[in-house]
Design a protein around this ligand. Structure first.
Ligand SMILES: Nc1ncnc2c1ncn2[C@@H]1O[C@H](COP(=O)(O)OP(=O)(O)OP(=O)(O)O)[C@@H](O)[C@H]1O
Ligand SMILES: [Mg+2]
Length: 326
């Protein structure tokens, strides 16, 4: 084989790999559907965050299957999974771990905390004080953990799925804006539709089939690699930036989407493209993800909030007004 023909098989391999991903992802969805009934976009959002090396904050009232969804998602991935229930007395070391003395060989060994897993569910993170929250958020940001001065890298894939109760509830500590920004995606989970709720009732009347792992950690890393290689046309990069800029200039807004938000939107759009078997981003990828990526990074003026405007509406206004050149 000559070197000159090297490029072709590469491109062909990639096309095959992408077609395979779309099929395999359908299997993941099929496994999750055995247990969790809800919009496909929710499962897709979790997978997008996993592939884009981001994290997800899920907000919603009790009893809508937040925990069930996350657990089932982890089961389909054949990854290690740990759950941390956040409470007012949870300490940072309950997340990261502590050194304990091992008598047998006279040395301190790290007893790893629950953060040392591929998929970590941080349940009700706004029930713990800021210091404990930041232990989680630091790990998310750095993909490493420092325990008593020693730094340890976390194994990849590493995905934090955090849940939080709506802010109206008592005894919750609000996550500061800067920390909300650490989440690639924020999902507002609502009540199921009538049709879905009827299916939930039937599903729970009988024993559900066991969920099978259909994706390995190594495969997840390979898919993530493909996400890095997705191309985004110049016009679409401009489109993303203009959406962010719109939110900064909007009269109702006191803090708009940062460049970090623009980057997050691009990463998410690339991951969505890969899940749909493409190695290029379409305007639709950006439009579908903008509400999930931008809404929680926008802070409104108190008076706009009082007059009933929401961050979500600002993002919708951006989508309605910002044109993209094609
Ligand atoms: N969309 C759904 N699909 C399947 N099961 C559901 C759905 N919504 C609720 N259920 C069922 O309702 C119960 C509550 O689910 P779960 O504990 O996961 O809720 P949660 O949102 O985590 O609640 P909490 O905020 O109290 O922790 C479970 O038995 C779950 O299977
Ligand atoms: Mg729960």
């Amino acid at each position: 084989m000559s070197n000159g023909s090297d490029e072709r098989p590469d491109a062909e391999e990639r096309i095959d790999a992408l077609a395979e991903i779309a099929m395999r992802f359908a299997r993941v969805r099929g496994e999750i559907e055995k247990v969790y009934i809800g919009p496909e976009t929710i499962v897709e959002a979790l997978m997008i965050a996993l592939l884009a090396r981001g994290h997800v904050l899920i907000e919603g009232v009790p009893g809508i299957a937040k925990t069930t969804l996350v657990k089932t998602f982890a089961q389909t991935l054949d990854c290690s999974y740990r759950r941390i229930q956040f409470t007012p007395d949870l300490l940072p070391s309950d997340i990261t771990g502590t050194y304990i003395f091992n008598r047998r060989n006279d040395e301190f060994v790290l007893r790893e905390g629950p953060i040392f897993a591929n998929i970590v569910l941080g349940d009700e993170i706004n029930r713990a004080p800021a210091k404990t929250q930041s232990a989680l958020l630091e790990a998310m940001q750095e993909e490493q953990v420092t325990v008593e001065g020693t730094t340890r890298a976390l194994e990849r894939p590493f995905l934090v799925l955090a849940t939080q109760n709506p802010i109206e509830q008592e005894g919750v500590y609000l996550l500061p804006e800067a920390q909300l920004d650490r989440f690639l995606i924020k999902l507002d989970m609502g009540y199921p539709t009538l049709e879905d709720e009827l299916v939930i009732m039937v599903t729970h009347a009988r024993e559900t089939e066991p969920v099978e792992p259909v994706l390995s950690p190594a495969e997840v890393l390979r898919w993530s690699q493909l996400v890095e290689e997705v191309t985004v046309r110049r016009e679409l990069v401009e489109y993303i930036v203009n959406l962010s800029r719109y939110t900064r200039a909007a009269a109702q807004v006191s803090l708009g989407a940062s460049p970090r938000a623009s980057i997050a939107l691009m990463r998410g759009a690339k991951a969505r493209a890969v899940l749909r078997g493409r190695d290029f981003v379409l305007p639709d990828d950006i439009k579908a993800l903008a509400p999930l990526v931008l809404t929680h990074r926008i802070l409104l003026h108190p008076e706009s909030e009082l007059s009933g405007v929401s961050s979500r509406q600002v993002v919708q206004m951006a989508l309605d007004s910002v044109p993209y050149a094609s």
